[in-house]
Structure formats: structure tokens, C-alpha cells
Design a protein. Structure first.
Length: 605
């Protein structure tokens, strides 16, 4: 409450600024109801709110009473709710429910001179001209008129505080749909007899309860049809991505420039296509794309000049503002993609054919993918017999801060990062030596699977890298000595070229060698996804940038020979992109099937 103050003290030395009048506000508590309609007649507006019986509930309770605990319980006291009907003369019409809010607003009564409607020229002493009957009969004054009166009568209006508005009820929900039931027999009886509120009318209400009576099964719709109570934003305006053009006949044609599926026109070709694309699609128009896409095109072009084959992961690391949708939308102006094969999911600069030269072998991709419960287990540190959790090597922290996420150096792995690597980004010393071996290069390019590298080379790199990732995610140091025992496996694996020695090789090494053999020998593919000569599997391809991964199901999986993560057999749906890799465990190398270990004792499998 404000208090009365005396007039400001005059300063004889320097006059100070004038002080506004201070008024005392009475302690009357006022409830405000914001009617959603323009009220021209107070009686109709009051009636639409239900009259005094309905508004009494709002005045007797306060907003937030339902949250007040009574004997330790909530929702004991009712929450004040007001209802307004947009058809006050229809007793069957549904009402909008108000939402109460606690406010601190002052209600002020301003009295201004009555507007008579008489006029005369401003600044003259001529007599006032009488107002017309239409203007003088005007009941309500609008805000501009009231402000005009205040300005014209600066000393003739008064202000009187009435009280504080501590609660305000607003109507923010939208009217629900309703089937008109005025001509329905039962609803008409309720309206004419029950809702009148008079006993004489109530006695006249009758319902035909006889079996198979007429209209006995005719009932209106449920009281609530609309599921959402949120208001619609009725702000009609032209859609920003819809443009109107003229056809050859001069007719207006509407065109949507922002359909999600048509904005990406990346040229995706088969791995055995005779000639790769050299230019973007002719119907691409950069002006139809957002500023973000147009800003990303020159940056991505500069990156492709330095690195003609780039994955989205590398591009986002080089261009931090690049989002996945922007990468594909901007990439279609600069390059193409293969739908399958060793360079799948790679944006390739137009005119560059990685199948033409072995120098592009290091841009081949490799995906190490963990699924479901296996991935969750790999993310948890393992404990020893004493219950202690080993700490990761100290080099992990430094590697995480100095190397990008797409670089694999064998000391750190980000479990939240992508699982796609390019061979040129593998800097681990062991894997680097295998990839750069002169005997690792194939004489011809296998466009469907191995690219320019032999099957044994890719299998060794994949199994060692996957085992290292397994240990790094678990917080354990990778067993480098086990990987050294895979050096005798040739780069080109044939039937019987992987030898096992039960006395020389430990179980973990035997499982790694089994995984290399299984991955390398099961992939003689024909073009077009036909069955292979060995294993009888089929290859399927997905779309570039999508979630569908090429999947090859080998005959070994059907026989139960494929190793599973954490010692379980792996289903066909869990195979990674480059083939039915034996997903391994046992601290990095998976538990091989007993048949594989038994064969190892014979010295050859």
C-alpha cells in the first residue's frame, strides 16, 4: 500500500524536478477476468460467464489453493476456475475454461469529461456545432477517444485508485468441437426441463426406458473431442518456402522450394559404374537453399581441394558450423557418393574416380559398429577379482585434447563419436605398418568389398582396431603383444593360410586369428548382390548418408560359427558394414566357438 506524501520541498538554490502525485491504494482485493470477446453489453457478457452463481466460486477461492496442503494432502481445496460460453443463450454449449494467474496490478478509475460530440474549429471562439444523433448515441468510448479527452482536458480529469488486482483469469484454450444437440430428443428434454432450475419443469422430464424404444440408442458425441487444449496461432501469412511463378500460358503456379526429400539430389552411383559423375545435376539452384548452405559450399569446396574424398565426420571437424543436413545439401554441388563398396558414405569430388589409382586406397572407409547391450557393456569399465576398476592410461587425456575425434591413434576413443573411419586417419603404429606394407596392395580394385587392399590386410586392421576400441572403452590397455602374433598372417588370405598352434598361441590370440580368417575368407561377391561362391550370402546396400548399412550374411552365421560380442553368437542383423566380422570379446577378442578351438589343435583350420 502506498502512503500519502506531502508536496516536495522547494530548493531555493536549484529547483529540482517535479514529483508526481502519490495516491494511497485501498486494501480491496479484486479478481480480474479477461473476457475473450469484445463486450458491447454488460448483461450478455456477465451471462456468458455463468452469472453470479458461477463467478461466486472464483471469488471465494484463490489461485493456488489446490497446492495448499491440508492435513498433509494436496488438492483438497478447489482451484478457482471460470467458464465462458461463446453462445450464452444456448445452455448446451460448451464453455472455455480459464487459467488463473497471480498478479499485482493496480485498478485505477479515471474520470474524464463526457464527450458531447459538438465541434468547432481549433483555436477559434466560434460557437460549437451540435453533434449528429448517430455520434451522440454512442455508448462505449474507445481507447484513442479517451486519450484524446485526457490530452484536451489536462486539468479536468481525475484519477482514483480502486484496489489491487491480485488474481487474473485468462482464457487461453481453444473452443472444442461440438455436435449440435438441440434437436436430439434427450438433449432437448434436458435443456427444456432439467436445466431450467425449476421443480415444475423437472417433473416433466421423461425418458423412454422401454426395450428397443425409439431413439433409445441415439446419444450425442462425448463432451470432449479435441485432445489438445493449447491455442492455435491464427497468424495467417504466406509460407516462406512457397513461391508463385507463371507457366508458358501465363497461369500462376505454386512451387514448394523446401521439400526435404527433394533438396538432396546427391548423385549416388553403383560401385561398378562405368564412369563417375563429373558435374553436379543440371537442375540444382543454389538460390533455393538457405544462407547456411550457401556459406558452406565454398568451405566444403576448399576442403575437397585438399582432400578429394571426405566423410561427414571429417567435414564437420574441419567446419564446426556444418550440420549433417547442410553437409548433404551443400555436398551435392561438389561431389558424388557410392551406394556401396569400400568408399561408401564418402563425398567424392566430381571427376575423381578412386577406382582408377591405388593412391586412393587410404580414403577407403571402415566401420566398427557396436549394437545394443554390447555397446553399453563396452562403455563400462571392467573390474578385477578384487573389485578394483583400472584407470585408463594417462595418454588418453592428452590424446583427447590434441587429436581430432576422427583420428584413431590407438590410445583414445570417444564413445559418443561416429564409428566410421578412413584409413588415412588411422595413425596407430601397428595398424599404420600393416596398411603401408608394399604387399598390401591388390593388382586390381575390388569395387564391392576390399578396394585396393587385400582381404588379409583389411581383416587384420579391422580385428586389431576393434579389439583396441573394446579395451579403450572398457578402460583397459590394449594387449599389443597379442597383435604382434598376427604378423605372420599373409596380406592375401586363402583357404588354409591361417595357421593355429595350440601351444604357441593363447586363447585370445587364437580368437583373433579365427576372426581374421572368418572375415577374410567369406567375401567372394558377385555384382548386383547375387550369392557368393563361399557361404551363400547376399549383399544389400543402403542409401548414402542413411542408416541402412550393407549387410552380408555368410553361411558360417547359419551354422553358428560367427562369434558374438561378450561370448554370445551374433545375429545377422548385428554384422558390420564390411562383412560378417566375428564380433569378439574376452578382453577384446571374442569367445570363439568350441569347434574353432578344436580345429586349432590340429594345426590348421
Amino acid at each position: 500500500m502506498a502512503t500519502e506524501q506531502g508536496p516536495p520541498q522547494e530548493n531555493s538554490a536549484r529547483p529540482g524536478p517535479s514529483t508526481a502525485l502519490v495516491h494511497s491504494v485501498p486494501q480491496a482485493s479484486i479478481v480480474s477476468i479477461e473476457h475473450p470477446c469484445i463486450v458491447h453489453d454488460f448483461d450478455n457478457g456477465f451471462k456468458s460467464l455463468g452469472g453470479e452463481p458461477k463467478l461466486k466460486h472464483v471469488l471465494e477461492h484463490r489461485v493456488g489453493d489446490s497446492l495448499t496442503k491440508v492435513n498433509g494432502k494436496l488438492n483438497v481445496l478447489p482451484e478457482p476456475v471460470a467458464g465462458v460460453s461463446l453462445r450464452p443463450n444456448d445452455s448446451l454449449a460448451k464453455k472455455l475454461i480459464s487459467k488463473g494467474a497471480i498478479t499485482k496490478n493496480a485498478l485505477v478509475k479515471a474520470t474524464v469529461p463526457r464527450w458531447t460530440g459538438r465541434k468547432r474549429k481549433r483555436g477559434s471562439d466560434e460557437p460549437f456545432q451540435p453533434a449528429s444523433s448517430s455520434k451522440s448515441s454512442k455508448k462505449l468510448s474507445e481507447a484513442p477517444d479517451l486519450l484524446r479527452r485526457v490530452r484536451d482536458n489536462e486539468s479536468a480529469y481525475t484519477i482514483e485508485p480502486v484496489g489491487m488486482i491480485e488474481q487474473t483469469h485468462r482464457f487461453r484454450s481453444q473452443p472444442d468441437y461440438q455436435m449440435y444437440g438441440g434437436d436430439h430428443p434427450i438433449m432437448a428434454g434436458l435443456r427444456d426441463h432439467v436445466l431450467k432450475g425449476r421443480y415444475e419443469e423437472l417433473k416433466k422430464f421423461r425418458v423412454d426406458l422401454r426395450p428397443r424404444a425409439r431413439d433409445a440408442s441415439a446419444f450425442p458425441f462425448p463432451p470432449t473431442i479435441l485432445q489438445s487444449q493449447q491455442p492455435y496461432r491464427y497468424e495467417y501469412q504466406q509460407a516462406p518456402n512457397v513461391v508463385f511463378t507463371r507457366d508458358e500460358h501465363g497461369n500462376a503456379v505454386a512451387e514448394n522450394t523446401n521439400p526435404g526429400h527433394s533438396k538432396r539430389q546427391t548423385q549416388a552411383v553403383q560401385p561398378d559404374v562405368a564412369e563417375v559423375p563429373s558435374v553436379p545435376p543440371p537442375n540444382l539452384d543454389a538460390s533455393r537453399f538457405t544462407d547456411m548452405v550457401n556459406d558452406a559450399i565454398p568451405k566444403l569446396r576448399e576442403l575437397l581441394e585438399k582432400r578429394p574424398l571426405v566423410t561427414r565426420r571429417v567435414a564437420q571437424s574441419a567446419i564446426p558450423t556444418l550440420t549433417p543436413p547442410t553437409f548433404f545439401e551443400a555436398g551435392q554441388f561438389l561431389g558424388y557418393m557410392f551406394v556401396a563398396g569400400p568408399w561408401r558414405d564418402v563425398l567424392i569430388k566430381y571427376g575423381v574416380d578412386p577406382r582408377s589409382d591405388p593412391k586412393y586406397r587410404f580414403y577407403q572407409t571402415m566401420m566398427i559398429y557396436f549394437r545394443g547391450k554390447s555397446a553399453q557393456k563396452l562403455g563400462k569399465p571392467q573390474t578385477d577379482a578384487a573389485g578394483n576398476t583400472p584407470q585408463p592410461p594417462t595418454s588418453d587425456v592428452s590424446a583427447a585434447t590434441t587429436s581430432p575425434a576422427y583420428i584413431f591413434d590407438g590410445t583414445y576413443i570417444d564413445p559418443s563419436a561416429s564409428n566410421l573411419w578412413q584409413l588415412c586417419d588411422i595413425t596407430d603404429s601397428n595398424l599404420y605398418a600393416i596398411l603401408h606394407s608394399p604387399s598390401a596392395i591388390r593388382p586390381t580394385c575390388d569395387v564391392w568389398q576390399w578396394g585396393w587392399l587385400h582381404n588379409g590386410t583389411m581383416s587384420k586392421v579391422r580385428m586389431i582396431m576393434r579389439d583396441k576400441i573394446h579395451h579403450l572403452l572398457a578402460g583397459n590397455p590394449p594387449p599389443e603383444e597379442d597383435y604382434q602374433q598376427l604378423a605372420d598372417i599373409p596380406d592375401e588370405v586363402t583357404e588354409g593360410s591361417v595357421i593355429f598352434d595350440k601351444e604357441k598361441h593363447s586363447r585370445a590370440v587364437a580368437e583373433l586369428r579365427t576372426a581374421v580368417r572368418t572375415h577374410a575368407k567369406g567375401y567372394k561377391l558377385y555384382k548386383g548382390g547375387r550369392k557368393r561362391e563361399e557361404g551363400g550370402g547376399e549383399v544389400r546396400s543402403g542409401t548414402p548418408g542413411g542408416r541402412d548399412e550393407p549387410h552380408v550374411a555368410s553361411g558360417h552365421e547359419e551354422d553358428g560359427e560367427a562369434d558374438g560380442v561378450d561370448g554370445r553368437e551374433m545375429e545377422a542383423s548385428e554384422m558390420v558394414r564390411d562383412g560378417p566380422i566375428a564380433e569378439l570379446d574376452n578382453s577384446g577378442a571374442g569367445a570363439a566357438q568350441s569347434s574353432d578351438i578344436a580345429e586349432a589343435g590340429d594345426g590348421e583350420s
